[in-house]
Design a protein around this ligand. Sequence first.
Ligand code: RB5
Length: 150
Amino acid sequence: MNRSYSPIIIGCDHAAFNLKKILIDYLKKKEIKIKDAGTFNEDSVDYPNIAAKVASAVSEKKYEKGILMCGTGIGMSIAANRFSGVRAALCNNLFSAEMSRRHNNSNLLVMGGRVIGDILAIEILNKWLATPFERGRHQKRIEIFDAVIR
Ligand code: RB5
C-alpha cells in the first residue's frame, strides 16, 4: 500500500549513531522526509540536549512525529516526556510499538540502540508508522495528560 507520511524529526546520541544512519536510509527509501537533529558522529554527547531538540519540535507541532534513540532508550524517553504534548514511547519490541500507537497515540518513538538489532528496529519503526490511533476511550485518556498532568 502506498501511504504518504508527514516529515519526521530524528535524533540520537553516540550510542545509537549507527542505528540512526540505518533508519534514515530506510526512511529515505520510503520517501519519507526527515530532519536530522544529530548527533552527527560517535563522539560522546549528552542525550538530553538531543532529546530537547526533537521533543521541542514535536511539542511545538513543527513535526507531527519524532524518533529518538540512545543506548537503552530510557534517557531519551524520560527527557522527551518532559515536553508538553509529547507522548514518547520507549518501544524495544513490536507489541509495544503497536500498542503505543493504538492506545497512547504516541508521537515520538524511542528505541535503544544497545538493546535491539537493526532489523528489529526497522520492524518496530514500520509497525509504529503503520498503526493508527484507535481513538474512542483512548482519546479521553490521553486528553487527561494535558488537563491534569503538567
Ligand atoms: C550513553 O552512554 C548512555 O547512557 C545513553 O545512550 C542512554 O542509554 C541513556 O539513557
